[in-house]
Design a protein around this ligand. Structure first.
Ligand SMILES: [Zn+2]
Length: 171
């Protein structure tokens, strides 16, 4: 799970909006392209100031700021909210306690029929059996428990951003 063990070469770059809110992770190549075309500028995490293009070349790139972009909605963050992306996020494992089956479906934790939204935080990877057993009930109503708290994509990105900022870009 640790993101800090990756080498800089493969490390992704955090894209921030005009309020420095993390939006998405992007490849270094994409980030450099955004810098080169003037759509974004690199952020020096020690001083919170703008990094010049020459400086970027000589150090790891952690975050770029899209100064003209305002925060996007949760649904558009990260990998999106399609079935494939939820399954990928949860490692294709059923997220209910006691189940070791491979997940092939996506379950609404708070079911749609009870007003549960189709957002990142309310969707988990689930096997067919558990999905059928749970039906239109909440985990509590069905006597089922989720393996781990599902954190929102923005919360995860924010964690990473704060850890980077704390380390002053030395991660
Ligand atoms: Zn299951």
């Amino acid at each position: 799970m640790s993101r800090t063990t990756k080498s800089h070469r493969f490390q992704t770059v955090l894209a921030l909006d005009c309020h420095f809110m993390p939006m998405v992770e992007m490849s270094r190549r994409k980030a450099l392209k955004a810098l080169a075309t003037g759509r974004a500028h690199a952020l020096d995490l020690r001083t919170w100031s703008k990094l010049g293009l020459q400086e970027v070349a000589s150090q790891p790139l952690h975050a770029v700021v899209f100064a003209k972009v305002k925060a996007v909605s949760e649904a558009k963050l990260g990998f999106g909210r399609g079935t494939a992306s939820i399954l990928r996020r949860d490692g294709h494992r059923c997220q209910y306690v006691g189940c070791t089956r491979r997940a092939t479906t996506v379950d609404h934790v708070i079911p749609r029929c009870q007003g549960g939204p189709s957002v990142w935080g309310n969707l988990v990877a689930c096997c067919r059996e558990c999905n059928a057993r749970k039906g239109g009930r909440t985990p509590e109503q069905a006597g089922m428990e989720l393996k781990a708290g599902i954190r929102s994509r923005r919360a995860l990105l924010m964690d990473r951003f704060l850890a980077m900022a704390k380390a002053g870009g030395t991660l």
